[in-house]
Every structure is written in structure tokens, then in C-alpha cells.
Design a protein around this ligand. Structure first.
Ligand code: NAP
Length: 505
């Protein structure tokens, strides 16, 4: 058990960084609603006057039970403080006077001190010695020892992770240690940051407001969505792999479901540039299953041990399950997403459905609809691509002009035309919507220009959100083995998408 900072919630550390004492006070109040542990970045305050004002206030109003870490990191150590080592020590001494029990002192300052020790300087009694590498993950010694570190009580290593293997190496630093904090910086490091406490890191850092280092997760999400302080070795780990992956709503969808259904599981976004790197790091993260998004849906085939026959036919996998023996099983829930979303609105057997587009999602839709007994018509800007998909799925390729002359029961947009940030365009004109139902696979925005055009002609509409939700519910159930708490998961996703749209306008 890590000794230095206590247990559970107190190992989540809110990072407070603001230019004024007033703003820093506000952030401290926000942080303490989530956790008693907070790092105060004195170096981010814009002047000595603000530092004095904040510490004077803190001395008079020291929050009870708070565990405060004062940091006044110099530029040489990657911080904002323009002063020298003597001035840094001065502010840390003031922080002790104001009631901070801990201080963070960067190794660059320690090296400048006579005797290379912090003892005897009147800084806060407990010292966290920090080492940063903002460029790369260095080669670490076999074992990090705090005793060797100039009288420090704990060690912090923060390094830029350039690969998932890097972030796994950083995570491993804290195994079998009680007083080491390890932080994988950068977006690639995000899963390692969430799993840090479970691995044994003495603290996990998260900003209360603005991020102070690349790849940070807001404190509220780290606590409420990922429950970083509650994860144990027994917690099952899932995730989504993609590049980019930061915009993915899957972590919100799956984690909301785990919380509602009380599952001891967590779902993480893995930024995967290189599939081999991810697969190598898989055992370190203990991943039991993962969703696959662009650009890996097809490339993942080469690494799978077995594939569901329909996914094989579609030629894309969006769900991988890691079996007990470590082998990988691929399947596809995108096609279920299309089916479940459309079945709610119409009878598919015997219907005529036109698909616009012949890419990955068009393939999933074509096979799904054909399997459900619909007559599938494929229309694409490249007739050859339309023909190829029509042939594979047992449908028929049609030219664009057919959309004006033929009637369909449903029309499905499987191109990215109309997706944010180019949401003002529609892939099809009003005169091409000769059908009773239009489904757009796009879900940013929720109601696309195409759907608004269809609604204005009194045609029933299905948003791509329905497909996203349905494929996610199917994945969730595949891994959890129980019914997904759909309405709670749906509400969380709809709220996030609506907030995104409101923020844009
Ligand atoms: P994809 O594999 O790249 O296929 C895109 C298709 O659209 C291709 O046939 C492409 O034709 C065509 N296209 C692209 N730009 C076009 C243009 N300007 N005019 C005419 N055709 C154009 O993409 P995908 O994975 O199928 O995704 C398509 C859309 O579905 C995306 O917006 C994606 O966000 C959405 N989607 C939604 C979900 C969901 O859960 N709701 C799931 C998957 C995908 P070429 O081959 O000629 O370029």
C-alpha cells in the first residue's frame, strides 16, 4: 500500500494553476469538493504580489483535512517560475508557513543545492522530488530509490510517452514501490494515467481547470467517469483504439454503463498509431476487449486469431475480445447498429433500401440489410465501387440519376458529407429523397442537413446516433454478458453531443 499520500480518494491530486490569487482560491475550493489532495502551482501565479496574496490567504484559511503540495517550478524544470533556486526555496518556505505539508522540488534545483540535499532549508516537511522529460521516455534505472534522492520522501517521474510501450514502462516504475509517482505525459499516456493508482503510483494528477501538461484528464472525469481511485487488479479493462481517438464518445458510453450497472470495469481511449505497439502493450494494460475505429478496422485482421463469419464477409472488425489464452477474436457490431436503428422504424424484409456511399460503413449496412431480407441498392460516386459492394452483398448498383426516378422505402447516407465542421452541406438534393425513411450514419451533428431536408418533406428520419448507440450497446453486452442500461447510456451520449453543439453555436 502506498504510504506517502494516504489511501483511496486522497491519492487523486487536483492540480491548481491560475494567474491570480483570486482564481487560485476558486480552484482550490473546486478541487477540495473532489479530493483532499491538491498541488498548488505557485509558479503559474503571474507575480510575487499574487504569490504573497495567495499564501497570506491560505495561512488564514487553511482548509481542514486538506493535503497540499506547493510547487514553484522553475523554467529549467519545465515550470513557469522565472526566479532562481534561492527564490524558489523562499516561496516553498512561505508555503510551509501557510500550512502546506508537502512541496514538489524539481531535480534541477536539488542539483544546485550545496550537499545536494533539501534538508535544513525550512521548506515543507515532506518533499516530493520531481523529474520531468517533456520530450521522451528515458531509460530508467532498474529500481528507483527515494533514499538516494537528497532527503526526499517521495519521487515523481513525469515523461512524455511516444508509444503505448513507453507508457507501459512508465506505469511499471511504480510496481512494488510505495512512494513513487509515475506520470505518462501526452495523449498516448492517457490510459496509463487512469490506471496509475491501480498500478501503485502514490498519486494520480488531474487539472481542476486548464491543463498544465499534455494529455491530462480533468479531475472530475478521472474521478467520476474513470473512477481511477477505485480501480483494482480485479477491475476489467476495455477500451477503444483509433487515431484520432480523443473525440470518441465510446468511453462515456461504456463507463456510464459500468457505473449504472455496478460493473467492476473501466473503458479507456487508446491513441494507437501503430497496431503492433498496442498489441505488445496489451498485457501490461490487462485489456480484455477493445473497440476498433478508424483507421484500424481493416488492418486489425492481420493480428486476429479468429473472426466472426459476418465480420469476415464485411471485411471490417469493430470489436475484439481477448480470450483467456491471450488469443484475439474479432467481430462486428456496426451491422447490428444499422439493423437495430432501422428495425425500430420499418419492416426490412422485402423492402427497397438505397445506400449512398460504398466505404466501410456502407459495407456493414449492405450486408446487414441483405441479411435482414431487404433489397439493397448501392449508389456511389465511383460506379465501380458501387458495383463491387453490390456484387459482394447480393444487391444492385444504381447510378446517381436513379435516385430521382426510382422510389425506395429507405435511403441511407454512408458518406461523410454533412459531418462537422462541414455541416451545412447535404450529400443529396431534396428531389433525390424519394423514400419514406432517411437514415444518416453521421452523428456530428445529431440532425444533419440531409435529415432536416428529409423532415421538411415529411419523411421519417433516423440519426447516426442511433447506430452509434446500438453498436455500443451490443459491444457492452458482448463483454459484460448482461443487458446494457440503455437509457442512462443514451442520455449521457445525447447530453454530451448537445453540449458540443451548443458550444459551437
Ligand atoms: P469510408 O470508408 O471512408 O467511406 C466513405 C464513402 O463516402 C466512400 O464510398 C467515399 O467514396 C464516399 N465519399 C466520400 N466523400 C465523398 C464525396 N464528396 N462525394 C461522394 N462520395 C463521397 O467512411 P466510413 O467509415 O464508411 O464512414 C462514412 C460515414 O459514416 C462517416 O461520416 C462516419 O462518421 C459515419 N459512421 C457512423 C457510424 C455510427 O456509428 N453512426 C459508424 C461508422 C461510420 P470514395 O471511395 O470515392 O472516396
Amino acid at each position: 500500500m502506498p504510504a506517502a499520500f494516504g489511501k483511496g480518494i486522497s491519492r487523486l491530486c487536483g492540480v491548481l494553476a491560475a494567474p491570480t490569487a483570486r482564481e487560485l482560491r476558486r480552484l482550490l475550493a473546486l478541487a477540495l469538493r473532489e479530493t483532499p489532495t491538491a498541488e498548488i502551482r505557485l509558479d503559474w501565479l503571474k507575480s510575487d504580489t499574487e504569490r504573497s496574496a495567495f499564501l497570506k490567504w491560505l495561512k488564514a484559511h487553511h482548509p481542514r483535512k486538506a493535503q497540499l503540495i506547493a510547487t514553484c517550478r522553475r523554467r529549467v524544470g519545465g515550470g513557469e517560475f522565472a526566479g532562481d533556486a534561492g527564490e524558489e526555496l523562499y516561496w516553498l518556505m512561505q508555503a510551509r508557513e501557510a500550512g502546506c505539508a508537502w512541496c514538489d522540488l524539481e531535480v534541477e534545483t536539488l542539483r544546485e543545492l550545496p550537499g545536494k540535499s533539501v534538508r535544513g532549508y525550512g521548506v515543507p516537511e515532506k518533499v516530493l522530488l520531481s523529474m520531468h522529460d517533456f520530450r521522451k521516455t528515458p531509460v530508467f534505472p532498474k529500481k528507483l530509490t527515494v533514499l538516494a534522492a537528497g532527503g526526499a520522501n517521495a519521487l515523481k517521474v513525469a515523461a512524455m510517452a511516444r508509444s503505448l510501450s513507453d507508457s507501459a514502462r512508465i506505469m511499471r516504475l511504480t510496481r512494488n514501490s510505495r512512494d513513487v509517482v509515475a506520470i505518462a505525459m501526452g495523449e498516448i499516456g492517457l490510459p496509463a494515467r487512469v490506471l496509475a493508482l491501480r498500478e501503485g503510483s502514490a498519486l494520480a494528477y488531474a487539472p481542476v481547470a486548464a491543463a498544465t501538461a499534455p494529455g491530462q484528464i480533468p479531475l472530475r472525469d478521472l474521478k467520476a467517469l474513470y473512477r481511477a481511485h477505485e480501480l483494482t487488479r480485479a477491475t476489467r479493462v476495455y477500451g477503444v483504439i483509433g487515431n484520432p481517438v480523443g473525440h470518441s464518445l465510446s468511453p462515456l458510453l461504456h463507463n456510464t454503463g459500468y457505473i449504472a450497472a455496478r460493473k467492476d470495469a473501466v473503458y479507456l481511449p487508446f491513441l494507437v498509431e501503430n497496431l503492433k505497439d498496442f498489441l505488445k502493450a496489451l498485457p501490461d494494460f490487462g485489456v480484455q476487449g477493445f473497440s476498433v475505429t478508424l483507421p484500424h478496422k481493416e488492418k486489425i485482421f492481420a493480428h486476429l486469431d479468429a473472426v466472426e463469419p459476418l465480420a469476415e464477409k464485411i471485411g471490417a472488425v469493430n470489436t475484439v475480445t481477448v480470450r483467456k489464452d491471450g488469443s484475439l477474436y474479432g467481430s462486428n457490431t456496426d451491422y447490428l447498429g444499422v439493423l437495430r436503428a432501422m428495425e425500430k422504424k420499418m419492416k426490412l424484409r422485402g423492402s427497397r433500401v438505397a445506400i449512398y456511399g460504398a466505404g466501410g460503413s456502407a459495407r456493414a449496412a449492405a450486408f446487414a440489410l441483405a441479411q435482414a431480407g431487404a433489397n439493397v441498392f448501392v449508389c456511389a460516386r465511383r460506379l465501380a465501387a458501387a458495383r463491387k459492394l453490390a456484387k459482394a452483398s447480393g444487391g444492385e448498383a444504381i447510378p446517381r440519376s436513379a435516385l430521382r426516378t426510382q422510389e425506395f422505402d429507405a435511403l441511407l447516407n454512408a458518406t461523410p458529407i454533412g459531418m462537422f465542421p462541414r455541416e451545412k452541406v447535404s450529400p443529396l438534393a431534396a428531389g433525390e429523397l424519394n423514400c419514406s425513411l432517411v437514415m444518416d450514419l453521421i452523428y456530428r451533428p445529431i440532425r444533419t442537413k440531409l435529415l432536416r431536408l428529409a423532415a421538411s418533406r415529411k419523411i421519417a428520419c433516423v440519426s447516426g446516433v442511433e447506430m452509434f448507440l446500438a453498436q455500443g450497446f451490443a459491444q457492452w453486452e458482448h463483454w459484460m454478458g448482461s443487458k446494457a442500461p440503455e437509457s442512462i447510456m443514451r442520455n449521457a451520449v445525447m447530453r454530451a453531443l448537445e453540449n458540443e453543439e451548443n458550444a459551437r453555436w
